[in-house]
Ligand binder design. Structure first.
Ligand SMILES: Nc1ncnc2c1ncn2[C@@H]1O[C@H](COP(=O)(O)OP(=O)(O)OP(=O)(O)O)[C@@H](O)[C@H]1O
Ligand SMILES: [Mg+2]
Length: 217
């Protein structure tokens, strides 16, 4: 599903990634752990095609990402990649349902009615069936994060990346979110790559890798 080879990334003099190799199989839930500043978010942004490596190759679903021009890349990303940010990035003026629908409308593959139905279905799966019309400020932190997970899934992406999705939740809400991710992986055979500081989540994953000194160890 995903093959990254020899990924390098530096910020000025700081060499953050020094030749990362990584493969993710279809349907796998892979966790990435490592100390603060180790380069986990940097790697996730590159894998999620939000940022470019300085060197190295990345293939997702059989497509060589580094060969795409910027228009092709934007279309590829919208269709194939889901991303859950640490601080969810929901649009404050839109409801939960609208937030989930927006990437679906942008994708233009399904009618607005179909997108709305799928968004409702996903939010319901995530326990938010009675929160569709709530704006982010009217949702709890855990509910906002679950809305963000629903949004990442709206276009049936090949792969979903999540950067510490439970990092700002208390332990009960974090556990609930983790259980939902495991269920989604099973029900949708969804591939996930998750950066986490949470030991339990890492240990319950199919596999976890540690980033240290710019490499997978
Ligand atoms: N845009 C940037 N410009 C300069 N330095 C950066 C930039 N982004 C990240 N860094 C530096 O690169 C290193 C890796 O950052 P990164 O965000 O990938 O770490 P992380 O492993 O996700 O840490 P955390 O667990 O705290 O989120 C850090 O030392 C950080 O200061
Ligand atoms: Mg980070």
């Amino acid at each position: 599903m995903l093959k990254a080879k020899n990924i390098f990334k530096r910020y000025g003099n700081l060499e953050v990634l020094k030749g990362v190799d990584l493969e993710v199989k279809e349907g796998e839930l892979l966790s990435i752990v490592g100390s603060s500043g180790a380069g986990k978010s940097t790697l996730l942004h590159i894998l999620g095609t939000l940022d470019k490596p300085d060197a190295g190759t990345l293939e997702i679903a059989g497509i060589e990402i580094t060969s795409l021009n910027s228009n092709e890349l934007a279309a590829f990303r919208n269709k194939n990649i889901g991303f859950v940010f640490q601080f969810h990035n929901l649009l404050p003026e839109f409801t939960a349902l609208e937030n989930v629908c927006i990437p679906g409308f942008l994708n233009k593959e399904n009618s607005e009615k179909e997108v709305r139905e799928r968004a409702t279905e996903l939010l319901t799966m995530l326990g938010l069936g009675d929160r569709l019309d709530h704006k982010p400020s009217e949702l709890s932190g855990g509910e906002q994060q679950r809305t963000s997970v629903a949004r990442s899934l709206i276009n049936n992406p090949q792969i979903v990346f999540a950067d510490e999705p439970s990092g700002n939740l208390d332990s009960k809400n974090a556990e609930e979110l983790h259980n939902l991710l495991f269920n989604l992986r099973k029900e949708l055979n969804q591939t996930f790559v998750i950066v986490t500081h949470n030991r339990t989540l890492a240990e319950q994953s199919d596999r976890y890798i540690t980033i240290s000194d710019g490499l997978v160890v």
